[in-house]
Write a protein that binds this ligand. Structure first.
Ligand SMILES: NC(=O)C1=CN([C@@H]2O[C@H](COP(=O)(O)OP(=O)(O)OC[C@H]3O[C@@H](n4cnc5c(N)ncnc54)[C@H](O)[C@@H]3O)[C@@H](O)[C@H]2O)C=CC1
Ligand SMILES: O=C(CO)COP(=O)(O)O
Length: 376
């Protein structure tokens, strides 16, 4: 899209969406709802948990998922999905990946015609290999479906720390003729505040692949960190992780450059750098030798990389793309592969060209040896 600015009186105008329904009252749904409310929108959250909904309405806090974060007093919440969706002119859906199809089907019962939906879940559906927007689209029919994605820890976003994210929708023919009136531009404007900076993209595939794959790589970074490896190792995984995102995005019709943006490299950097990330944290705990059932002190926590590693690897195989880091993480998580052995095998794969254009592959003479590491 050409950037022409929007400042002169003759420049095309973009109208924000006035009334936004947020479906899902977890950490990220609440944070996005708060952004929209701070941006001046009328926002209603649907949540299935009565206690959470009451807390948002009565004490302006999500005491379950974002304790001690003050929310905009204008935010309201309901346990009735129909109430949240009535009169909405845009919808933001934020539930875990395993619930997207079911919740989208419920949304379809109440959503006004033509209203755009941003599905802000990160994952790939098992079996179908569909992106979350595609799953929602199958249930919702002919409404524009996109996403908002980037390096965005919910708590930091809700506290107003400067944060940037990409708003992506596929562009119709009409959107290309008038990008200022596109759902992506209108949603980006609707969600812009002094601390939440939005960018616009028409590459929904690239954006969603970045968001889904980074979680698996973050588990891998966590595993290596927990097992005692250091910064060199983490940087290698991040960089080669970006490469895995690129090849998968491209094979599915997305663009490589999207993956170097906020929703790819940006989000990967965030989640591979901090145990605030549930994915990184799970990896660290497993790398330290904890049993899965004991991680997070036994609490049920949404870890999308764990839920989606297999579906990502399956999708990559289907489009003939090699993603060795994701395959390694998946094998450890779901096939019982031994962590040190699996990473040692990753490190002794054939020697290849780093630019994709250099078509070379050498048998690697090194013997897998990472398991000999004893720490400093
Ligand atoms: N927390 C974060 O910092 C960010 C999360 N995300 C993504 O957002 C998605 C949701 O994550 P969180 O909000 O963090 O999870 P969360 O665990 O904080 O909340 C999940 C919410 O979904 C609701 N839910 C689960 N199943 C449901 C169903 N069948 N029907 C209705 N509601 C249902 C739960 O009641 C809960 O309110 C994930 O895909 C995650 O990757 C994306 C960016 C940032
Ligand atoms: O996606 C996120 C930040 O952009 C949140 O990461 P986790 O799900 O790993 O906590």
């Amino acid at each position: 899209m050409t950037r022409t600015g929007n400042s002169s009186s003759s420049a095309p105008k973009t109208a924000p969406y006035d009334r936004i329904a947020v479906i899902g009252s977890g950490a990220w749904g609440t944070a996005l709802a708060n952004v929209a409310a701070v941006a001046g929108r009328q926002v209603r959250i649907y949540g299935r948990n009565r206690e959470t909904v009451d807390a948002i309405n009565n004490v302006h806090q999500n005491t379950t998922y974002l304790p001690d974060v003050p929310l905009a007093p204008s935010l309201s919440a309901t346990t009735q999905m129909s109430q949240a969706l009535t009169g909405a002119d845009a919808v933001i859906m934020v539930v875990p990946s395993g619930a997207v199809r079911k919740v989208a089907a419920e949304v379809n019962n109440f959503i006004p015609p033509g209203v755009p939906v941003a599905v802000c879940t990160k994952g790939i559906e098992p079996g179908s290999g569909l992106l979350m927007s595609q799953v929602a689209h199958e249930e919702l029919g002919h409404v524009p479906v996109g996403t908002i994605s980037g390096p965005t820890f919910a708590r930091e976003t809700a506290l107003g720390h400067p944060t940037a994210a990409t708003v992506a929708f596929e562009f119709s023919h009409q959107d290309r003729l008038d990008p200022y009136a596109s759902p992506a531009a209108r949603m980006a404007l609707s969600m812009s505040t002094g601390s939440f900076k939005t960018y616009i993209s028409d590459d929904l595939i690239g954006v969603e692949i970045g968001g889904a794959v980074k979680n698996v790589i973050a588990i891998g970074c966590g595993m290596m960190t927990g097992a005692g490896f250091a910064e060199n190792t983490r940087a290698a995984l991040i960089t080669r992780g970006i490469y895995e995102m690129k090849v998968l995005a491209e094979a599915l019709g997305g663009r490589r450059e999207t993956v170097t943006g906020l929703a790819g490299a940006g989000d990967l950097t965030l989640t591979c750098s901090s145990q605030t990330s549930r994915n990184m944290s799970l990896g660290v705990q497993l790398g330290q030798g904890r049993r899965r059932a004991d991680c997070f002190d036994g609490r049920a926590v949404v870890v999308e990389g764990e839920a989606n590693a297999r579906s990502i690897v399956d999708l990559a195989r289907r489009v003939n793309v090699s993603m060795p880091i994701c395959e390694t993480v998946d094998a450890i998580l779901h096939d019982g592969a031994e962590l040190n052995e699996a990473f040692a095998a990753l490190w002794t794969r054939p020697i290849e060209g780093e630019p994709r254009t250099l078509d070379i592959s050498l048998r690697n003479p090194a013997r897998p040896s990472l398991s000999n590491l004893n720490g400093e």
